[in-house]
Design a protein around this ligand. Structure first.
Ligand SMILES: *[C@@H]1O[C@H](CO)[C@@H](O)[C@H](O)[C@H]1NC(C)=O
Ligand SMILES: *[C@@H]1O[C@H](CO)[C@@H](O)[C@H](O)[C@H]1NC(C)=O
Ligand SMILES: *[C@@H]1O[C@H](CO)[C@@H](O)[C@H](O)[C@H]1NC(C)=O
Length: 302
């Protein structure tokens, strides 16, 4: 008689089925405590954990944004919230040092979300971590919409044939951390560009001919060389790229509003647009300095 087994695998399957059945009724952002946390970790291959404290104003402010993101990603990524003021041990496991905290848990590891705590930014970040590395769109308006979601990230934008799409898929999968990758389906001309900073487009300086042997390495070196803008916004999300860019120096420009206080991100971006021309001309005078200007954002101000 065959023995019925209950190894890790069947247990996992049971968890997954249970989770699926249960998730039909659940809220998009559901509560967990120290006891059912372990269960949820097994049941969901990917989960965003939101640590909060009920008395913390920042937590209360961020929760509706997390909920928005949870609703938009429902069915793809589970979103759970944990009262870290009660579940101290769980919070410690994640090295939580302040409320609120937002973590993506997948493949046995976790990663903290460090970007702007707005629903759209959270969705974009989660998608960049779990979704397809190359976002394929059919129309230019969808592409435009994707550009608006990219936040401070540089993007590779390509369009053309299926052959080029395959090449870009490989590049995107290996370089997820680099930024965003978009592909516009279009059977006409093959094109590859880098979009960076304040709507700065740089086209590949070679012919994008998919029959050429060296096309993939050429695209790779092109995006490596062009990923950082001459004038761009810096935040926790992209600071790493600046740190590792090998630039000799960075010139930081901090904008203030008419009260003399450092301004909010939107005002700041507007001012960066207004001063774009003069900042760029400073940049061209110092070619040995790779990245010259920055726009301070709300994150830096805390
Ligand atoms: C976990 O337990 C808490 C109560 O201790 C409950 O409120 C919550 O709904 C439970 N979550 C799940 C996913 O069962
Ligand atoms: C693009 O079109 C294909 C097939 O026509 C469709 O499956 C896909 O969902 C579309 N993509 C978007 C982003 O609309
Ligand atoms: C200037 O920015 C500060 C935030 O740093 C904000 O509180 C204030 O309302 C802003 N003032 C104006 C006039 O925009």
């Amino acid at each position: 008689m065959p023995k019925s087994k209950c190894n890790g695998r069947t247990l996992l399957l049971a968890f997954a089925l249970l989770a699926r059945a249960w998730s039909r009724h659940q809220e998009a952002l559901f509560p967990l405590d120290g006891r059912n946390f372990t269960w949820a970790m097994r049941a969901y291959p990917r989960m965003m954990l939101f640590f909060y404290a009920p008395w913390c104003g920042h937590s209360r402010g961020v929760e509706p944004e997390v909920k928005k993101a949870a609703e938009l990603l429902q069915g793809n990524v589970a979103f759970a919230k944990i009262d870290a003021s009660l579940e101290v041990e769980v919070a410690e496991e994640f090295g939580l040092s302040a409320y609120p905290g937002l973590f993506l848990v997948q493949k046995g590891g976790f990663e903290e979300f460090g970007g702007r705590r707005a629903g759209a930014a959270i969705v974009d970040w989660v998608r960049s971590k779990v979704g397809p590395a190359l976002e394929v769109v059919n129309r230019t308006d969808q592409l435009q919409e994707a550009f608006e979601r990219r936040g401070v990230h540089s993007a590779v934008v390509a369009s053309g044939s299926t052959g080029l799409q395959e090449i870009l898929t490989r590049i995107a999968e290996k370089n997820r951390d680099w930024g965003r990758f978009y592909f516009l389906k279009d059977t006409d001309a093959n094109q590859v560009s880098v979009l960076r900073g304040l709507s700065e487009f740089v086209d590949a300086p070679f012919e994008v001919d998919i029959d050429r042997q060296a096309l993939e390495p050429d695209i790779l070196s092109f995006i490596q060389a062009e990923k950082l803008p001459v004038l761009g916004e810096i935040s926790e999300e992209n600071f790493y790229h600046y740190e590792t860019s090998g630039a000799e120096a960075l010139l930081w420009v901090i904008f203030a509003n008419n009260t003399g206080l450092p301004c909010w991100a939107d005002q700041c971006r507007q001012q960066a647009q207004e001063h774009q021309k003069s900042l760029r001309s400073i940049a061209t005078e110092f070619p040995q300095i790779k990245v010259r200007t920055k726009c301070v954002v709300e994150k830096v101000l805390g």
